[in-house]
Design a protein around this ligand. Structure first.
Ligand code: IPE
Ligand code: IPE
Ligand code: MG
Length: 257
């Protein structure tokens, strides 16, 4: 697999965020229960972490459970919670050994005590690691995150600790759960859906989106690679103009000027 160094520096994403979608449809195609799709999705998580480390990505954020996913049947929610437990039980040691720094963004309210404990342990155990920064968005909602940040700043203003005029985008961003993590450069969604579903709403303001039809349990290192190649071909202007537009347009035919 090509290393990230093979791409020119300005064409390398530092942060790739992924909406892991399509587990249920993957299972349905095989006449299996939805839970089988979620279980298969864990292998895809392992593949993507391995590929990200091999390529040399700095930040990967995976959307694992949204604030809206509580609307699912209780049995499915219980299965997903169980999978998170299993994943940390089985993989945390290796992640630590692989110098991966784990972070979980999302609300702790509503999570069972042992899960909240596991999440805290995963972060503490890997806090000193300096390799891939791997975030899981679990019980995460972009709107909830923004509202919590606004509430927190409002409280500081109320208590006289903060001047409301000092609030700017930089301060706001550092009040979010992703504080210290750069905005995603590339956002991938699998399974052919073309929406954000409440993922990283603030942070994705200038992300490049790549939507692919592959269902999450089938996602491979090669798919990640293709998305990176597509990203490398994109022209990010951030509201400005690209360098080519400094050149006057060519006349339609010789002498037309
Ligand atoms: C993504 O797959 C996993 C979670 C949202 C937890 P889905 O479960 O949404 O699968 P589909 O979209 O129904 O196929
Ligand atoms: C988004 O997928 C959430 C995660 C991948 C964790 P959903 O399957 O829940 O999103 P919708 O309902 O299709 O928008
Ligand atoms: Mg889905």
């Amino acid at each position: 697999m090509t290393k990230i160094e093979a791409l020119p520096p300005e064409r390398r994403p530092s942060h790739v965020a992924i909406i892991m979608d399509g587990n249920g449809r993957w299972a349905r195609k095989r006449l299996l229960p939805r839970s089988a799709g979620h279980a298969a999705g864990i292998s895809a998580v392992r593949r993507v972490v391995a590929a990200a480390r091999e390529i040399g990505l700095q930040y990967v954020t995976l959307y694992a459970f949204s604030t809206e996913n509580w609307r699912r049947p209780k049995t499915e929610i219980a299965f997903l919670m169980g999978l998170l437990r299993q994943y940390f039980d089985s993989d945390l040691k290796q992640l630590k050994a692989d110098n991966v720094r784990v972070r979980i963004i999302g609300g702790r309210d509503g999570l069972e005590k042992d899960i909240a404990g596991l999440v805290a342990d995963a972060q503490d155990m890997t806090a000193a690691n300096t390799g891939l920064h791997l975030s899981f968005a679990f019980n995460y909602g972009g709107r909830e995150e923004i509202v919590a940040a606004a509430r927190n700043l409002a409280r500081q203003v109320r208590d006289g600790k903060l001047d409301a005029d000092a609030i700017d985008c930089t301060m706001f961003a550092s009040s979010l759960q992703t504080a210290g993590i750069p905005d995603p450069d590339l956002l991938i969604r699998t399974s052919g859906e073309h929406r954000l579903s409440n993922f990283l709403l603030w942070q994705s303001a200038y992300a490049e989106f790549v939507f692919i039809d592959t269902l999450w349990p089938d996602f491979s290192g090669e798919d990640l690679h293709k998305a990176l190649a597509e990203y490398a071909g994109r022209d990010r202007r951030f509201g400005g103009v690209d360098s080519a537009s400094d050149t006057p347009p060519r006349p339609l035919r010789a002498g037309a000027d």
